[in-house]
Write a protein that binds this ligand. Sequence first.
Ligand SMILES: [Zn+2]
Length: 247
Amino acid sequence: MNGDDASSSDKPTPSKRDEYVPISGLTGFEKWRRTMAFLTGIGISEGDRARELANVQINNCEADKHYLMQASPSVVFMLKHLKVAGCELPPSNIVCAPCEGPLSHVSGFVPDDNAILLCAGRFWSRKHLEQSMVHEMMHFYDNCRFKVKWDDLRHHACSEIRANNLSGDCSFLRQLRRAEPGFFKKHQECVRSRAILSVSQNPNCPDVATAERAVNEVWDSCFPDTRPFDEVCWSHTLLTCLRLTPF
Ligand SMILES: [Zn+2]
């Protein structure tokens, strides 16, 4: 539910796909023929080539998703806390699919289905995917623990503030040293602007000024709320902050 993601209010919609046997489902000569056709564009329709590309992107997304669910400290941490909270998130509820809509929408949380949608082919790196997963898992956590009403702009704003603060969405600011003057102010500005953008895309939000007002109204209570993290994790790779939380 921010500029990079979408949720109940603004979710990217999976593209419809009809019956099509992907290359990965073929064997022998036909597999070789279709692979060459895909690579060269010869002997394959634009539609089939597009579907094959979508299939490759889904497979790559699924592979990275499973890797992160095993190897990413922040993703594993969130999975554990979701389970403790009684909201276990199985891999089957994290779905890689082609998406329609603006390319800036890369993921979304779908409360009605208790599912996370990852837009295959829209992540520029595994780190980007990791941050998006943690962001959506924060929404999942809030939805489970705090019974969020997503059509209430203040509820939406609070979850966006937390998700953007804790997921690493503003992690480019890690380039700056924590001790640098103005670091925390820049981080807060990043979190605030991304939250406002997401809330402004809520169907119940008439304009950006209303979104800004909703974010401002809940900021003081939601920004310091780092649950289930003990603090903001400035490095999701090392995740040093997690050492403070015993399991
Ligand atoms: Zn969000």
